[in-house]
Ligand binder design. Structure first.
Ligand code: MGP
Length: 301
């Protein structure tokens, strides 16, 4: 997999140190060996034990690791807040601002207005880079009002219009700020870990051949004046046709919602969450979100 990394700061320094260490080691081995090139058909003997001993993960050496743990797929973090609105932000150590161009797909073009203020922060494809990023960005509890982090699979923009989202929907929960200020950072961390660890879609293994990969396209945390919102976006949404395929999809979508509520956020099955400024964990298709709630068919777990 080609590296999607654009990490700055300590994470990139650690990666560079690891790379330099690996190159230096390789140079030493080559000069020690100094072997003649292999003849046709000759087999190179490999000292597997020596190779294994050279592997240093982040657990062995936090600065000079030379092996990273790849994720199932690369992810991109996007961000918007009142500060990014209508502005081309300067290059900073933590960002690849100004904005990178959107894909020239019909979805990319249709979403241009919506995406104007949403800035692409960074892409990553390993566990180590994820932690490098996480340790260097502002936590949701410290963000200004009306800000959003969007963590989406690389190549999918955080917009209804993207091909991967246009037939999908979102599970979301709204949490009053006063009661959740101390929980929201952990909840967002667990939501991101479930996404990048690909555990959000529990029925994936039983999925039909036409839906072989995870239904999750991205996760979002939003800060609003009086509440936080966490969302998980899916590629598809049941339409309530009563057909067997649609019923099966609804089961899979509901399993995502239950996993989100219980395993990620830590609530109990059947626990009532709605109240002033709070909602249940509920699902809405993007098409219904666009209609702004008119005839919306919510699923609640
Ligand atoms: P929001 O920010 O998801 O909802 O969408 P919220 O928090 O209830 O509203 P806010 O005003 O407090 O931010 C707000 C509005 O942004 C929607 O009603 C749409 O008009 C627009 N919008 C949201 N999303 C996710 C999209 C999108 O993907 N594409 C487009 N074109 N507009 C969107």
């Amino acid at each position: 997999m080609a590296s999607a990394s654009t990490l700055p700061g300590p994470a990139i320094q650690a990666s560079k140190a690891a790379l330099n260490a690996a190159l230096a080691e390789n140079e030493i081995k080559t000069s020690k060996n100094g072997d003649a090139p292999l003849e046709d058909g000759e087999i190179q003997e490999v000292d597997m034990q020596a190779q294994a001993e050279n592997i240093r993960t982040v657990f062995n050496d936090a600065k000079n690791f030379n092996v990273k743990h790849p994720l199932y797929s690369p992810w991109t973090l996007w961000f918007d807040s009142p500060v990014t609105k209508g502005r081309n932000l300067p290059q900073t150590p933590m960002s690849s601002f100004p904005q990178t161009p959107l894909p020239q797909t019909p979805g990319g073009l249709a979403a241009q207005g919506w995406m104007e203020d949403i800035k692409r922060v960074i892409s990553f494809d390993s566990v180590e880079e994820f932690w490098g990023l996480y340790n260097n960005i502002v936590a949701p509890s410290q963000l200004p009002q009306k800000a959003n982090y969007y963590l989406f699979k690389e190549g999918i923009i955080p917009a209804w219009e993207d091909e991967a989202n246009k037939n999908g929907g979102k599970w979301s929960i709204q949490l009053p700020k006063d009661k959740n200020r101390s929980n929201i950072d952990k909840m967002w961390l667990y939501t991101m870990l479930a996404a990048i660890g690909e555990t959000c879609d529990p029925l994936l293994a039983e999925a039909d051949q036409d839906q072989p990969s995870s239904l999750i396209t991205g996760v979002i945390v939003s800060t609003r004046p009086q509440f936080y919102r966490l969302s998980i976006w899916t590629r598809t949404a049941p339409i309530g046709s009563g057909q067997a395929d649609d019923d099966k999809l609804r089961e899979r979508i509901e399993a995502i919602g239950r996993h989100f509520k219980m395993s990620v956020l830590g609530y109990n099955e059947g626990q009532k969450l709605a109240g002033p400024l709070a909602t249940e964990v509920e699902f809405l298709s993007h098409k219904d979100s666009e209609k702004k709630g008119k005839q919306a068919k919510k699923i609640v777990v």
